[in-house]
Write a protein that binds this ligand. Structure first.
Ligand code: 6PG
Length: 247
């Protein structure tokens, strides 16, 4: 583990959702005070959904500067927003539609165009928003990631060429469950973040969490999440941490 890596183990997934919402709120308030805005990128899948729902409930709802918050996505399945597989569609249902946040602050990935084009359009949108030229990578205040049982994170799947992307910030990939075209942030932008929180809950994640945190098994995409200077927090419930050595 690098110096700025932390592991938080909570009793259950509900407490994890609250802890994750608290980390989100803390980072949002800090960024809004320091810079006047807060930039966050969300992952999809089932793990983050309880946290998303908590963000639209007290005490988090009233303690986050939503008017200064900009929401981007780590990855997206190239499906219509009303498809159950849509990360954006799920986030809208779970919390975004209930937030006092300007529509211009919500930055869904473009899924209604060929994936390669969508990847370059989203990269352009991010760089325009952050005001970064081609030689500077946007720095998110917070990036939330999940972990697949195969060790993928974002939509960076084992063996995919996107794992070796060193320049482009967004890649078009195909894979995962569902096995569809996707857009995904790549390591160059993920590892620039000021803070990355990786969430994993449930017994089915115990083997992969042990492989990642204990065995450091080579070839697992999530192992390459190594923030250049930011903080990395692994937020686990007891079940997902079940195979880690008890300190
Ligand atoms: C996606 C996610 C993906 C997810 C993992 C874990 O869009 O598929 O970003 O990386 O975080 O697959 O998914 P679960 O949370 O459903 O286990």
């Amino acid at each position: 583990m690098a110096a700025q890596d932390f592991v938080i183990i909570e009793d259950n997934a509900l407490i994890c959702a609250n802890t994750a919402a608290g980390l989100f709120a803390e980072r949002a308030r800090d960024a809004a005070i320091r810079k006047g805005l807060f930039t966050v990128a969300l992952s999809g899948g089932s793990t983050p959904r309880p946290m998303h729902r908590r963000l639209a409930e007290e005490p988090f709802f009233s303690n986050i500067p939503w008017d200064k918050t900009h929401i981007f996505w780590v990855d997206e399945r190239c499906v219509p927003e009303n498809d159950p597989a849509s990360n954006y569609g799920a986030a809208r249902k779970d919390f975004i539609d209930r937030l006092p946040i300007p529509k211009t602050h919500i930055h869904p990935m473009p899924v209604n165009m060929p994936p390669e084009k969508g990847a370059s359009c989203y990269q352009r949108e991010m760089m325009d928003f952050f005001g970064t030229g081609p030689d500077k990578t946007p720095i998110f205040d917070l990036i939330l990631l999940g972990i697949g049982t195969d060790g993928h994170t974002a939509s960076l799947f084992p063996g995919h060429r996107a794992l070796h992307e060193g320049k482009k910030l967004i890649s078009a990939v195909k894979g995962g469950m569902p096995n569809v075209n996707r857009l995904s942030m790549t390591y160059p932008i993920l590892n620039q973040a000021e803070e990355i929180v990786i969430l994993a809950f449930g017994t089915e994640k115990a083997v992969i969490i042990e492989a990642l945190l204990e065995k450091k098994q080579r070839g697992l995409p999530a192992l390459e999440i190594q923030p250049k200077s930011g903080k990395l927090i692994w937020l686990l419930d007891r079940k997902a941490a079940g195979l880690l050595p008890k300190d």
